[in-house]
Design a protein around this ligand. Structure first.
Ligand SMILES: N[C@@H](CCC(=O)N[C@@H](CS)C(=O)NCC(=O)O)C(=O)O
Length: 344
C-alpha cells in the first residue's frame, strides 16, 4: 500500500472512531454521577414542611412532588427509586448546601431566575411546575386587594424570590408597607396567625398547600392576584454537565411518558410497541437514550414503574390531596406548557 493511501485510510479510521456513537459503557460519567454510583444513593435537598411538594411525616418518611423527582433521578441512575437520602433545606440555606457539595441535587420548590443561574453556579433542569406568587389574608380581615395592604405588614420567608417580588409589587403601586421575613415559612404563618402580619405571601402552590393542610382552610383567603412568574424545578451544580443532562432528560422523560400515554400501570405493554419513537424511549432497539447519558437504556421503564409519569406524580401529590388543577402545567397538547424535547 502506498504511504499516502495508508495515511488516508488511517485518518478515515480515526474519523470513524471519533464520530461513532459511544455505548453507555464508554461514556465518561460526571463527578457527581460517579459519586452517586459509588455511594449507592442520591443525596437530594428537599423541603420537609411543605405538604404536596416536600414533606416529612412523623415516621420520618418523605413525600411530595419534588421528592418524587428525586426518586425518579435515583431510579434512572441507580435503578432504585428508594436509593435517596433526603436532606431538608430552607429557602435561605439551599444555595450554600448545593454549592458545598453536601447535596447532589436540589429539588425544593425553587424558582429559576437569571441571578440564581449565575450566582449559585447552578444548572436549572426544565421547569416541573409553573407557578406564580400570591397573597393570603385572614378571611375575617375583610382585606380583598393588594391596595388594602397599604401601611400593613406582609410576612414571608427569607432567601426567596418572594421577598423581592412583593417589594417590587408594592413599590410599583406606590404602596408603603412593612416586610417581615422569617427563616422558615412556618414562622411567617405563626406570626400571621397571631395577628402580627396582615398577609403572608409566597408561591400560590405554597399558599394552597398551607391553606389546605390547616385546621380551618376557610379562615384563609388567597387574593385574586398573581404577582410574578415562579418557574419551579430541580437544580444541580454547574460543575457537572453530564449529571445535569441526566436530570434534564429524566424530567423530560416524565413528561414524554405522559405524552405517549405510558403510565406505571401499562408500561410493560408498551415494551412490545412497534413505534420506533416509543422503542427508543423505553430502551428497545438502537441509538437509545441511556447510551447517550451513560445510564441503563431502560432507565425510563424503571422511572415510570417507580414513580409514574408526570401526570401521575402531579395527580398523586397535588390534585388528589389539594384539588390543584393542572392549569398551565397541563401538557402542551391540552393547552399547557409541559412539552418534552424529542428523545432521539
Ligand atoms: N419559589 C420561591 C419560594 C420558595 C419558598 O421558600 N417557599 C416557601 C413557601 S411555599 C417554603 O418553601 N416554605 C417552607 C420553608 O420555609 O421551609 C423561591 O424559590 O425563592
Amino acid at each position: 500500500m502506498g504511504k499516502k493511501l495508508f495515511v488516508f485510510l488511517s485518518l478515515l479510521a480515526l474519523l470513524a472512531l471519533a464520530v461513532a456513537p459511544l455505548g453507555a459503557q464508554d461514556r465518561v460519567l460526571g463527578e457527581i454521577t460517579q459519586r452517586i454510583i459509588d455511594r449507592g444513593s442520591l443525596i437530594c435537598g428537599v423541603n420537609d414542611v411543605l405538604p404536596g411538594f416536600g414533606f416529612r411525616n412523623e415516621s420520618g418518611e418523605f413525600s411530595g412532588f419534588d421528592v418524587d423527582v428525586c426518586r425518579a433521578v435515583a431510579a434512572a441512575i441507580l435503578g432504585d427509586a428508594n436509593a435517596v437520602t433526603f436532606r431538608p433545606t430552607t429557602g435561605a440555606d439551599r444555595p450554600t448546601v448545593l454549592a458545598s457539595g453536601e447535596i447532589d441535587l436540589l429539588s425544593r420548590n425553587t424558582t429559576w431566575t437569571l441571578s440564581r443561574d449565575v450566582e449559585w453556579g447552578s444548572t436549572f433542569a426544565p421547569t416541573t411546575f409553573y407557578d406564580g406568587q400570591g397573597i393570603m389574608v385572614r378571611t375575617d380581615s375583610g382585606l380583598a386587594a393588594i391596595e388594602d395592604l397599604a401601611g400593613g405588614t406582609i410576612c414571608t420567608n427569607a432567601g426567596t424570590t418572594t421577598e423581592l417580588n412583593i417589594t417590587d409589587a408594592m413599590q410599583s403601586r406606590g404602596l408603603e408597607f412593612n416586610l417581615q421575613t422569617f427563616q422558615e415559612f412556618n414562622g411567617a404563618m405563626a406570626a400571621f396567625n397571631e395577628g402580627a402580619c396582615d398577609a403572608v405571601t409566597t408561591d400560590i402552590s405554597g399558599l394552597v398547600s398551607t391553606k389546605g393542610a390547616s385546621a380551618d382552610p376557610g379562615s384563609y383567603t388567597i387574593l385574586e392576584i398573581v404577582l410574578s412568574k415562579e418557574p419551579l424545578g430541580p437544580v444541580s451544580p454547574q460543575s457537572d454537565a453530564q449529571f445535569a443532562d441526566i436530570v434534564r432528560w429524566v424530567v423530560y422523560g416524565l413528561i414524554q411518558a405522559e405524552e405517549f400515554g405510558i403510565t406505571s400501570e401499562n408500561v410493560e405493554e408498551f415494551l412490545t410497541s412497534e413505534d420506533p419513537s416509543i422503542q427508543r424511549f423505553l430502551g428497545v432497539g438502537e441509538n437509545l437514550a441511556g447510551d447517550y447519558l451513560g445510564i441503563d437504556n431502560d432507565f425510563m421503564v424503571t422511572v415510570i414503574q417507580s414513580v409514574g409519569n408526570y401526570g401521575e406524580i402531579y395527580e398523586r401529590n397535588l390534585t388528589t390531596p389539594f384539588g390543584l388543577e393542572r392549569g398551565v402545567n397541563a401538557l402542551w397538547t391540552d393547552g399547557g406548557l409541559m412539552y418534552s424535547m424529542p428523545f432521539r
